[in-house]
Design a protein around this ligand. Structure first.
Ligand code: KG4
Ligand code: ZN
Length: 348
């Protein structure tokens, strides 16, 4: 079965074709960075309009790269939520009508399930059950995963998501949008020993996160230190590094806690922030110390892409799930509401 995946939940148009036997046949991502850059963040209406312009040409390009005509597609998967409603509507309308015109089934995919399953596109793929840490621009969640659609939320951010904290702090540091990768780059030059920022909520039991205080802490540190430094570039880099260390350390501490409470020794880390090199290295180290294993998607599949949507859609379509002709994208959508693909052991 060959599935076309369409991702348009935010500021990237992602298209891919996944096939059961041969895996990922082709994928391409078009980023709207230049459009939103001058506004310092995503402008929803501009995002929707650009998805309208890019989705069909990108589908043509990906089919051509895969050496396929559209008649070779057996199913269409599109991101149905969560995300920007106008942006979601574009991918859903294109995906649903394309499936109708080809006479094949369509499925609306949960964006975070896409991220969660992306590591299964890699070798070796994680076996169920595992613990997943999802870290994106909109979500920070620890999830117990028993199978596809069998998700139990263990903890989540009570305020800003990890990626959102990176983006907002990058703005405070005067870095361009998108802030996360820019902050990570600046932090490379920073001295990790000069400042130590708090690791929020790690002293208390539980698996929830809170990152908004860290952003304010960074702002205060920046104002205080810049007033007295003779080397502002060095100080900014050291502050960026202290912020990055604090976020990563917090994510590592809570992931270790989740692993220790679980019967599984496997941890999956996914979503945009999992592209962060230092986060990957620190998680590897922690998992090795705990006698466990950590799995990530390749960096290009950590941030938003069509491959994860094609793959998650393929898993559900081959299990016989599909959408009726009426589709309903959802700006908000809990992952635990998803139907299981196979019966979960004991739980549901
Ligand atoms: O998953 P994603 O592409 O989109 C959402 O679903 O939100 O995640 C985007 C987030 C942004 O906040 C971005 O700044 C962050 O991931 N990000 C990073 C890095 N690459 C992307 N954060 C830290 N370090 C990175 N290397
Ligand atoms: Zn995402």
């Amino acid at each position: 079965m060959r599935v076309l995946g369409i991702e348009t939940s935010c500021d990237e148009t992602g298209i891919a074709v996944f096939e059961g036997e041969r895996g990922l046949l082709a994928h391409a991502v078009y980023s709207q960075v230049e459009i939103h850059g001058e506004y310092g963040g995503v402008v929803p209406e501009l995002a929707s309009r650009d998805h309208v312009r890019k989705t069909l040409p990108l589908i043509r390009q990906v089919l051509e790269e895969a050496g396929l005509s559209k008649d070779c597609i057996d199913g269409v998967a599109f991101t149905a939520g969560p995300g920007l409603i106008g942006a979601l509507l574009v991918g859903a309308a294109v995906g649903r009508s394309l499936a109708w015109s080809l006479g094949v089934p369509a499925i609306g995919v949960h964006h975070m399930e896409g991220h969660l399953l992306a590591s299964m596109l890699e070798e070796p793929a994680p076996a169920f059950p595992f613990i997943a840490l999802l870290v994106s621009g909109g979500h920070t969640q620890l999830v117990e995963v028993e199978g596809i659609g069998c998700y139990r939320l263990l903890g989540q951010s009570l305020d800003d998501a990890a990626g959102e904290a990176f983006d907002k702090t990058a703005k405070i540091l005067g870095l361009p949008y998108p802030g996360g990768p820019a902050l990570a780059k600046l932090a490379e030059e920073g001295d990790p020993k000069r400042y130590r920022f708090p690791r929020p909520m790690t002293e208390r039991p539980g698996l929830d996160f809170s990152f908004s205080g860290l952003k304010t802490f960074t702002l205060n540190a920046l104002e205080r230190e810049m007033a007295k430094t003779n080397d502002p570039d060095r100080t900014r880099a050291d502050i960026a590094r202290a912020f990055e260390e604090a976020v990563i350390d917090t994510l590592v501490i809570k992931s270790r806690r989740a692993l220790c409470q679980s019967a599984s020794r496997r941890l999956v880390v996914a979503g945009g922030v999992s592209a962060n090199r230092r986060l990957r290295a620190r998680m590897e180290q922690m998992a090795a110390n705990e006698g466990g294993e950590v799995f990530f998607p390749r960096p290009a599949l950590c941030t938003d892409n069509g491959a994860m949507i094609a793959f998650a859609g393929w898993q559900r379509l081959r299990a016989g799930q599909a959408e009726p002709l009426a589709f309903e994208p959802r700006a908000r959508w809990l992952m635990e509401e998803l139907p299981p693909v196979r019966a979960c052991r004991g739980r549901r």
